[in-house]
Design a protein around this ligand. Structure first.
Ligand code: GTQ
Length: 343
């Protein structure tokens, strides 16, 4: 591709005339916005260790009461985007949230979609649109766009979870806002039980709107058992997607979520895909390698790898399985028609 004219090649007075009329010549910037072959990515490969986060989060528990925080969260920010942007990737926000015994994070609803992956502690729960969802380690709880949610804690130890939101892309669309609400009466529970088994589901489903999110809590015990069952088959990638059990489609519309098991000693090569990916270690330990970077993840560690990069995952244990939670923006990219796998 040949070189194009630069801004400096244009007479200063001409440039001033353009600027005065809010006009910009394309050609000096054309290669920047349409780079050949592969996008430029601000997203850097980066990892966050839970051993680093945990004491700082507990310190936030001492420094900042809930009334002054609403949500007590340390954001896992990718320096490639600038820390103040609070982005892990172009579309993904990650935060570690702390709730102490007896605390309550007040009800609200917002346009961005959220999920929580529970990291430690017992006794906390999220109420989503009246459904009480207990939080236990490894559980995935959805708070889809527009649904009321609040967090409570009846236990006696700190509870920590990883929030994954599509906030950066919804904010970029200038569509991000919140509505504060009142404490919700608990009116239902057990969507996790109702949809516990693949292949069968509650019968009175035809009255439900296509926009509903029928399952709000995906218990880790069930997901882990499913992975362990799948691992006894010949499949190479022992991976399950979190889906809407009534449609079989992605659980949420913008970000996609899956859980992957690496058998003891297993190495898995993932082809380059157009989505940045977040890896969070649920159990065991694994390395995540891409280009010249390699991260070792212990339990509750998290990393982010930019898109268009082949990735190698390796279980660091020869006798224990490793379980990894994965988030990406494949649902959005597929809807937009820009999703690619390069083999
Ligand atoms: O728990 O509702 O990390 O509204 C960021 C925004 C968590 C939440 C975050 C939120 C929440």
């Amino acid at each position: 591709m040949h070189e194009l004219g630069r801004l400096e090649d244009l007479p200063e007075s001409y440039r001033a005339d353009l600027t005065a009329r809010n006009l910009v010549p394309l050609w000096p910037s054309l290669r920047a916005v349409l780079p050949p072959g592969k996008p430029t990515s601000r997203t850097q490969p980066i990892s966050w260790s839970y051993a680093d986060i945990r004491p700082l989060l507990l310190k936030a528990g001492e420094l900042t009461p809930m009334e002054k925080a609403e949500r007590r969260v340390l954001v896992l920010a990718n320096p490639g985007h600038g820390l103040e942007k609070m982005q892990a990737s172009s579309t993904i926000y990650l935060g570690m949230q702390l709730l102490l015994p007896g605390e309550w994070a007040p009800s609200h609803r917002h346009t961005p979609n959220a999920v929580r992956m529970i990291v430690e502690g017992k006794g906390a729960y999220t109420t989503v649109e009246g459904e009480k969802c207990p939080m236990e380690r490894g559980d995935l709880i959805l708070t889809p766009t527009g649904l009321w949610h609040e967090h409570g804690h009846d236990g006696n130890e700190p509870v920590v979870w990883l929030d994954v939101l599509d906030l950066p892309i919804v904010y970029y669309m200038e569509a991000s806002y919140v509505t504060p609400g009142e404490r919700q009466p608990i009116t239902s529970a057990g969507s996790d039980r109702a949809y516990q088994r693949g292949g069968v589901m509650p019968t009175p489903m035809f009255t439900r709107s296509a926009n509903a999110f029928p399952m709000l809590r995906y218990p880790w015990a069930d997901v882990k058992a499913t992975l362990q069952g799948l691992a006894t088959t010949a499949t190479e990638a022992v991976q399950v997607s979190y889906v809407n059990p009534e449609t079989g489609l992605d659980a949420l519309k913008i970000l996609g979520f899956s859980a992957l098991m690496l058998r003891p000693g297993q190495t898995l090569n993932l082809p380059a895909r157009s989505t940045a990916m977040v890896f969070h270690e649920i159990e065991g330990s694994a390395s995540v390698s891409a280009a010249d970077q390699s991260f070792s993840l212990k339990e509750a560690d998290t990393c982010c790898i930019p898109g268009y990069t082949p990735i190698t995952l390796s279980n660091l244990s020869a006798d224990q399985p490793a379980f990894i939670f994965i988030a990406d923006d494949a649902p959005l990219q597929k809807k937009l028609g820009v999703y690619e796998v390069r083999s």
